[in-house]
Design a protein around this ligand. Structure first.
Ligand SMILES: NC(=O)c1ccc[n+]([C@@H]2O[C@H](COP(=O)([O-])OP(=O)(O)OC[C@H]3O[C@@H](n4cnc5c(N)ncnc54)[C@H](O)[C@@H]3O)[C@@H](O)[C@H]2O)c1
Length: 338
């Protein structure tokens, strides 16, 4: 594939890791950071020590605080900001001149609180259709800490338009970063977002010292409830056994890099959510997505018992031990995903 110009919106851990991956491939990368001081610091230090220790941002990546400079002549625009801020960032683009009509790629994992929209829906309804040529989401088990060290990783590029999914696949593909395509944009986005709720629960189990049996049960029944809401909303159930489903779920629930698992673990150890979030520099998407997941479950009448219990622990003061006890004494039933 020939070199492309890529505007990356969001210079956190993932934005920087992806900037290096794409500029190593020869693409011209412009990385936008919305906070002026943070942009200046990144421009001069070429590092994010708190988020990606030991990693240097490639010299050829242009760091900017000017949104127009980042997207002006881009072939691809990547959204790598926390999902609850994607709408406001996308809104700032709506007055941009049409330019090259880039492909928009969402890399965030979350569901908008209140509207319950997925990120591709937020982009599609915020940015006028004549300003872009397609929308995709890139998702899967891909911790920035590992991608930035070239550790073999596989993800999925999902779009309703096969040509768009293939273009995103070609943009990212390297011998160390394998990209599959998928037509199930809905399933990929739901899976990548809702697994963070299960990661919070997995962390809680670790925090209170539960065993491997409990973790195995949690991951399996967590995937079952994600697949259940996914199927109700029209996703392909097999997507949930893919990279964005079980792949990301296992990685996030077991990894020391996962901040959602970390938040859960700290809660399991007795800290309050407010205290944990106040001391975190990186976004833990699962906290807000728990609200969205809980509302999706209620709106569509789909049982999501683990999500309901995580919601009670995070926002209603229930103890994680009590939450597990309540999950264990639910009515006995067949092992159905329906
Ligand atoms: N870090 C990873 O390993 C990883 C991997 C895959 C996907 N993701 C997803 O990518 C997204 C970003 O994650 P991250 O780890 O880079 O987060 P981060 O917390 O490290 O950085 C977030 C970035 O968004 C910016 N930002 C915050 N509020 C903003 C606002 N209101 N407007 C514009 N920009 C704002 C921050 O300044 C920062 O540049 C999340 O949805 C995350 O789930 C992260």
């Amino acid at each position: 594939m020939s070199e492309s110009t890529v505007g990356i919106l969001g210079a956190g851990g993932w934005g920087v890791a992806v900037s290096n991956l794409l500029s190593d491939k020869g693409h011209f990368v412009k990385l936008w950071e919305f906070e002026a001081r943070a942009a200046e610091t990144l421009k001069s230090t070429r590092a994010l020590p708190a988020k990606l220790p030991g990693i240097t941002l490639n010299q050829q990546v242009l760091v900017t605080n000017d949104l127009h400079e980042a997207v002006g002549d881009a072939d691809f625009v990547l959204f790598v900001v926390p999902s609850q801020t994607t709408r406001s960032v996308a809104s700032s683009l709506k007055n941009e001149p049409a330019g090259k009509r880039p492909i928009l790629v969402n890399l965030a994992k979350g569901i908008e609180v209140g509207t319950l929209k997925r990120m591709s829906e937020v982009l599609g309804e915020t940015i006028p259709a004549d300003l872009y040529s397609g929308i995709a989401t890139l998702s899967g088990p891909s911790h920035a800490e590992e991608v930035s060290r070239n550790i073999p990783t596989a993800v999925v590029a999902a779009s309703k338009d096969e040509g768009v999914a293939r273009a995103v696949q070609q943009l990212f593909l390297t011998p160390r970063f394998r990209v599959y395509t998928s037509a199930d944009l809905l399933g990929v986005e739901l899976a990548g977002s809702l697994k963070n709720i299960i990661a919070l629960a997995a962390g809680m189990l670790d925090g209170i010292g539960m065993g491997d049996n409990t973790r195995g049960a949690l991951l399996t029944r967590g995937l079952a409830e994600i697949a259940r809401i996914g199927r109700k909303l029209g996703a392909d159930p097999l997507t949930f056994s893919g990279l964005s489903g079980i792949g990301d779920l296992v990685t996030t629930c077991l990894s020391r890099h996962s901040r959602n698992r970390f938040v859960g673990e700290q809660i399991g150890k007795g800290r309050t959510l407010d205290d944990i979030l106040t001391h975190m520099t990186m976004v833990a998407e699962g906290v807000e997505t728990t609200k969205s997941g809980y509302d999706l479950s209620g709106t569509h009448g789909v049982e999501m018992p683990i999500t309901a219990q995580v919601h009670k622990v995070l926002f209603e003061g229930k103890s994680p031990v009590e939450a597990i006890n309540d999950l264990m004494i639910r009515d006995p039933k067949p092992e159905s995903w329906g």
